[in-house]
Design a protein around this ligand. Structure first.
Ligand SMILES: Cc1ncc(COP(=O)(O)O)c(C=O)c1O
Length: 304
């Protein structure tokens, strides 16, 4: 990660190296923090943040689920993201807002401590690599199941959830794969460690349902819209591991990843190794986030 100039820290812009917290910060010990991952992309009309209000809304609803008393309004958070990118003079970057239970009491109950927040941004290329974006990535089915709604709320992008993701990701890398695919407790396909998953079979696009324990991805929603607008049939429907192996095409979606084809799962080539529908959707999605498609410009917040 290459440091940038400024971080928004509890309502003020501070130099990157000064955005520090105490080692006894409550969130560090118990994972009581809600965060977001947002991208700002270069467009013909200047830098533009994709899905900014949706990301801020997800941060706010996650905070609500966790009874967090957020000291910032929706408008303040939206403005802070835009101002931060402007302050740092970046054309393209990843934006990471986080709200967390701060230093104070260290019992498990976080509500005794103030909630504080920070927003950082930095330049970050394709999360699963440029080659992966083009040629597809190799995945394994994780032995870790995706968190279930009876254990932790999957719709809150809480830091604690990412212990589950990190276990799956580390094991996948150690076994020589690029990414993990997690199943639900009942054995259906859920999602990647930080991405939603789509399957193409006989020209129809399938993605697991919202009640399967996945995170409701903003890229997922945009890709479903783009595919439908292009005349592709899209179904939110759960599928099994067998169906996953038997797909014509598979791909991941996510803010960090954008749209990444999956070429192999546990040493099985997916389909015939080509991804016509994935590539089409990937192209449309990249054009949408880069402000090249008029009808999707309302998804962009320009940094001016
Ligand atoms: C577990 C998980 N699933 C899916 C996604 C994709 O969500 P989005 O498209 O909103 O980035 C993410 C990324 O935030 C994630 O962490």
């Amino acid at each position: 990660m290459k440091p940038t100039k400024t971080i928004w820290f509890d309502g003020r812009f501070v130099p990157w190296e000064d955005a520090k917290i105490h080692v006894l910060t409550h969130a560090l010990h118990y994972g009581y923090a809600i965060f977001e991952g947002i991208r700002c992309n270069a467009t013909p009309d200047g830098p533009a943040i994709f899905g900014l209000p949706q990301h801020v809304d997800r941060l706010i609803s996650g905070s609500k689920i966790y009874r967090m008393r957020l000291p910032y309004t929706r408008d303040q958070l939206i403005k802070a993201c835009v101002d931060l990118v402007k302050e740092n003079g970046l054309k393209e970057c990843y934006i990471r807002p986080i709200v967390f239970s701060s230093y104070g009491e260290l019992g498990v109950n976080p509500l005794k401590n103030e909630t504080k927040g920070a927003i950082a941004c930095w330049e970050w290329g394709a999360y699963l690599g440029d080659e992966g974006m083009d040629k597809g990535i190799r995945c394994t089915i994780s032995s870790w199941a995706r968190i279930d709604g009876r254990i932790l709320p999957p719709q809150a992008k809480c830091s604690a959830n990412y212990a589950n993701s990190a276990l799956a990701k580390m094991d996948a890398i150690a076994a020589g794969f690029d990414e993990a695919i997690l199943l639900t407790l009942s054995g259906n396909v859920a999602e990647g460690s930080g991405e939603n998953i789509f399957r193409v079979k006989n020209g129809v696009l399938y993605t697991p349902t919202m009640d399967s324990g996945i995170l409701g991805g903003i890229t997922r929603a945009s890709v479903m819209q783009i595919a439908r607008d292009d005349g592709i049939q899209v179904r939110e429907e759960n599928f099994t591991r067998d169906q996953l192996f038997d797909s014509d095409e598979l791909f991941f979606t996510g803010t960090a990843t954008n749209v990444a084809p999956i070429r192999e799962v546990d040493s099985r080539t997916i389909g015939n190794g080509t991804y016509p529908i994935t590539k089409k959707i990937q192209g449309l999605y990249m054009d949408a986030i880069r402000g090249k498609i008029e009808k999707y410009k309302p998804w962009l917040t320009y940094v001016r």
